[in-house]
Design a protein around this ligand. Structure first.
Ligand code: SIN
Length: 427
């Protein structure tokens, strides 16, 4: 089957949805998801979205982001994102996203590595609330067509120019031709045994990029979140948000001793926990918030409270067993400030991209922000330039079985080469 669209967007996390909603309503857009509209890491985000508190906070926000990223970030990109953070938050509020507030004033929380409270949230299920709101908006747009349960298997390429993508749905191939294509395919947690990510995220777009020589950057930069709920059975590890620590939760070893400053950047806290697990020869440490008011805990963290109850843990009374788990990919498809990749007419936004914002350790709650700022920049660029573009249809014969096999292994093997130290964590 062949379809034609002005813009093709692959992925329905915050970056894909925000790109679609900021594109001109005169364009015809197709947005494709591998599974359902809500099967993304953005939907699972708990803590919130960081933003410069006001213009006077931009400098401190930049410093915190660079410090967490161990100064491997691109400083001009960090500054640009901090400066534009307030605008994208205002757009979300206009789209009817409701951040927690008191007497009309927004409430800001804190997480590891932030020198002040600058994280907006909706209880402890910010991602679900934001994505549900954006999906409602998306469905009201007549110019946007949604295609579910369709896996990207290949790009359609002519001389380093992207002409669209090939998808597989119910064992049938669909070629979608477009003037511009945007990859918003998310993270790589599906390649790891222990990850907080949606399991469908297996880095397919990164394998495809490797096949076409599209530039990747910082392949080795993988983030482990310090506190995923320890349990032996679940497929995806349930995240215990860093905002618990921001609100006062304490990390203790199995002997009940505190061993780390809980609000250090994520890599430092995760390393301290790994050491503790090794030294004490145990499988988890404890995160304890039971000293806070019970009603406050239940009201501020309803998702975590109820999920832990399902595992027999009452977080208003009991410490929570936690361990680090793969959480985020800072590496990815190299992009510039308009989300352009090294292939003509191909963009990448969100976790699949590498913008230089995060360095080798992302600051807490900067991921949704990155998706918003770069989604907006990508759509602005497309709105401005699309009138000069034409759809080109190409006849190509492909060995799809071979391509699917390569997609499955190419990025995974590349990762193994760059990070032999985490071989045991990979599936
Ligand atoms: C969390 O709530 O701890 C996760 C937020 C993030 O990944 O930045």
């Amino acid at each position: 089957m062949k379809l034609i669209s002005d813009v093709l967007i692959v992925g329905t996390g915050i970056a894909g949805l925000f790109t679609a909603l900021n594109l001109s309503e005169n364009l015809n857009i197709t947005i494709v998801t591998k599974s359902t509209l809500t099967d993304s890491n953005s939907y699972l985000a708990q803590g919130g979205i960081s933003t410069a508190y006001d213009v006077n906070d931009i400098e401190d926000f930049v410093k915190d982001t660079l410090h967490a990223g161990n100064f491997k970030n691109n400083p001009s990109i960090v500054y640009m994102v901090a400066k534009e953070s307030r605008d994208v938050i205002d757009t979300l509020i206009n789209f009817e996203v409701k951040f927690d507030s008191l007497n009309g004033q927004l409430l800001y929380t804190k997480e590891g590595g932030h020198s002040k409270n600058r994280i907006l949230h909706h209880k402890d299920y910010t991602g679900k609330h934001v994505i549900d709101t954006l999906i409602t908006k998306l469905k009201s747009r007549k110019n946007i067509k949604i295609l579910k349960n369709s896996t990207l298997v290949d790009l359609i390429v002519k001389e380093n120019k992207c002409l669209g993508g090939t998808f597989i749905k119910n064992n049938k191939l669909i070629d979608i031709y477009s003037k511009y294509t945007v990859l918003a395919t998310g993270g790589i947690g599906g390649l790891f045994k222990n990850s907080t990510n949606a399991r469908i995220l297996t880095g397919d777009a990164l394998s495809i990029s490797l096949r076409y020589g599209i530039k990747l950057k910082d392949i080795e930069y993988i983030q482990f979140h310090p506190t995923a709920l320890y349990n032996k059975t679940s497929e995806r590890m349930f995240l215990i948000s860093e905002s618990l620590r921001g609100e006062g939760a304490i990390l203790k070893n199995i002997y009940g001793q505190r061993f780390v400053n809980e609000l250090l950047p994520r890599d430092k806290v995760a390393n301290k926990i790994w050491n503790e697990l090794k030294e004490k020869n145990c499988k988890f440490v404890y995160l304890d918030i039971s000293h806070l008011d019970k009603n406050y805990i239940r009201n501020r963290f309803p998702l975590i409270y109820n999920t832990c109850l399902e595992y027999g843990i009452d977080i208003t009374k009991d410490p929570i067993p936690v361990r680090p788990a793969q959480h985020y990919y800072m590496g990815g498809i190299e992009v510039d400030e308009f989300s352009r990749t090294s292939m003509d007419n191909l963009f990448a936004v969100g976790e699949v991209s590498c913008t230089g914002l995060h360095g080798n350790n992302r600051l807490a709650s900067n991921s949704l922000l990155e998706g918003l700022v770069f989604g907006k920049r990508c759509s602005d660029y497309i709105n401005k330039n699309i009138s000069s573009q034409k759809i080109e249809v190409l006849k190509v014969d492909k060995n799809i079985d071979e391509i699917i096999l390569e997609n499955k292994n190419l990025f995974r093997n590349t990762l193994r080469k760059h990070r032999s130290d985490i071989n045991d964590e990979l599936i």
